[in-house]
Design a protein around this ligand. Structure first.
Ligand code: URA
Length: 231
């Protein structure tokens, strides 16, 4: 059981003062009857609440980070392939989906949530959310390749890629930060500088960093601080 005003706030119908005002004005019904007391307790799982004529469903947003292993696809369901949600059998009934896609052979950070708005904000091409990858390359990574990726390369799209950041770690190992998310983007960028990806792992997305304690295939809920920062 939960207070009506708290329930409406949690479901993002408005701020505490806004929802109190809506309740006072008779714009909220519970099981078909207008309720004008903000402190009435409702059963959030069973009662049917309407606010300004629209039903307010009880759905708490949940946020997980998965260390995606190679060999699974970034989908909710697949008839043939194992999916990232198959790895999260312990979490059911939450309408979870992965935020964006990693290739089947890519490892690393994948955010799994049921928060459509956050997902939209992180994936929107206009927002340029940075994503950092660890990339092992077939050939030694040269200074010239670094300069090309940092300037932007032609991967067959309308425009060159946006300037990336490259940190050379070893001869065949770089950390690459991009602010776009085109199909096979990193692999195509490396091809464009006459090199090739032989191992790819995502380390971060926006402010969210892969927890290094998670082995491939393991997941954990985000902390409140991680969720706040991402939003
Ligand atoms: N770029 C790729 O080429 N593959 C991924 O999985 C992610 C980024």
């Amino acid at each position: 059981m939960i207070r009506l005003d708290k329930f409406l706030c949690m479901m993002e119908a408005g701020s505490r003062s806004q929802v109190k005002e809506l309740i006072r004005k008779g714009q909220v019904t519970v099981n078909g009857s207008v309720v004008r007391q903000a402190d009435v307790k409702i059963n959030e799982e069973e009662d049917r609440v309407f606010c300004q004529g629209k039903e307010v469903f009880f759905l708490l947003h949940v946020y997980y980070m998965l260390n995606k292993p190679a060999g699974v696809v970034s989908a909710t369901r697949d008839n043939r392939e194992k999916t990232v949600l198959d790895l999260m059998k312990g979490v059911t009934g939450k309408n979870l989906f992965p935020v964006g896609r990693l290739d089947k052979d890519t490892e690393g950070l994948l955010l799994i949530t049921n928060d459509g708005e956050l997902s939209h904000n992180l994936l929107s091409p206009a927002k340029h959310v940075p994503k950092t990858y660890l990339v092992k390359t077939l050939k030694p990574f040269s200074q010239e390749m670094k300069e090309s990726l940092e300037a932007g390369v032609d991967i067959g799209e309308d425009k060159p890629t946006r300037p990336a950041k490259v940190h050379l770690m070893e001869e065949n190992l770089i950390r690459l930060t991009i602010t776009e998310g085109k199909y096979h983007q990193v692999k195509r960028m490396l091809k464009a500088v006459d090199n090739e990806v032989i191992y790819l792992k995502r380390l971060s997305m926006g402010s969210l960093e892969l927890d290094e304690h998670l082995a491939p295939g393991e997941y954990r809920q985000l902390t409140e601080a991680e969720v706040e920062k991402l939003k």
